[in-house]
Write a protein that binds this ligand. Sequence first.
Ligand code: 3Y8
Ligand code: NAP
Length: 253
Amino acid sequence: MIRVLLLGGTTQASQMARLLADAGMDGVFSYAGRTVAPLPQPLPVRVGGFGGADGLAAYLRMARITHVIDATHPFAARMSHNAIAACATTGVPLLACERAPWQPGAGDDWRMVADMAGVPAALPHTPARVFLAIGRQLLHVFAACPQHDYLLRLVDPPATPLPFPRATVVVARGPFTREGDMALMQMHGITHVVAKNAGGDGARAKLDAARMLGLPVILVERPAMPPRAVARTADEVMAWLAGQGHQPARRGV
Ligand code: 3Y8
Ligand code: NAP
């Protein structure tokens, strides 16, 4: 009997949870607990870390997990590394549901940087008006360039003082729209956008808005991952599970 651990926190993970629930599959949806009120899910939910790779291996055994789907965000590198290690230790099959990186198109003015630490050097020395659409966890990097006016978009209000003097905070959870992001960026006179190359549709609005407004985007490359089995869509994950011996629940006939 298949019992899936779905490592969540992305649009794809929520899509996966809906497909698993509709197929009558046994599974657990896992959040890290980064946000105050994560979206409810149609599967039983657990919240919080496992205690490293060893803690995850112990959880897989204790919870009798037969398959792990890693549908975490491409920047959730630690979780993904732990999943690879724990599944190798326990022999539990692992499949990553990974969305392709965004690629620049006509009219895009993207400057790629290898990691967030490289962003301050890619901003001008003279004061700019910077849309930091990167969440909360890496804001400390920008203490190095306090001359800018920052627009921050956070899922929850900041619990601690911000590491730079001039910032406006918008509290909002995606997915976002191109029109909404264009209006936000125009209202704040944004001159530069900073984003992670998250891929997917839930966060791409700001890139389309930047192109429409002729603004440069400083795009942070995602961390490299070790080799692992990867699916691009939730449907591909369901096909993999079917190949693993899952028999969809019989609808009443
Ligand atoms: C806790 C679960 C769903 C999932 C929705 C996706 C889309 C909306 C866009 C911008 C970029 C950012 C951020 C973002 C997006 C989706 C997806 C996505 C980016 C929630 C969620 C959790 C988190 C954690 C949060 C991080 C932060 C990153 C905000 C829920 C809403 C910037 C990533 O305050 C904090 O500590 C926030 C931390 C990790 C990055 C950071 O470093 O701060 N996501 N986001 C998950 C958990 O606890 O396990 O609260 O419901 C999920 C979503 N956020 O089910 O529809 O699929 O990517 N999330 C980035 O891409 O740069 C916002 O503002 O334009
Ligand atoms: P991370 O840095 O890779 O993980 C740090 C630690 O947080 C992990 O080692 C693990 O703790 C715990 N953790 C992370 N994801 C977890 C999950 N789904 N379930 C249980 N524990 C989890 O992770 P992150 O970048 O902070 O991301 C945290 C969550 O937010 C993930 O679910 C991710 O999908 C979501 N998210 C992240 C981003 C982003 O930009 N990073 C964007 C959108 C959504 P232990 O070692 O104790 O097990």
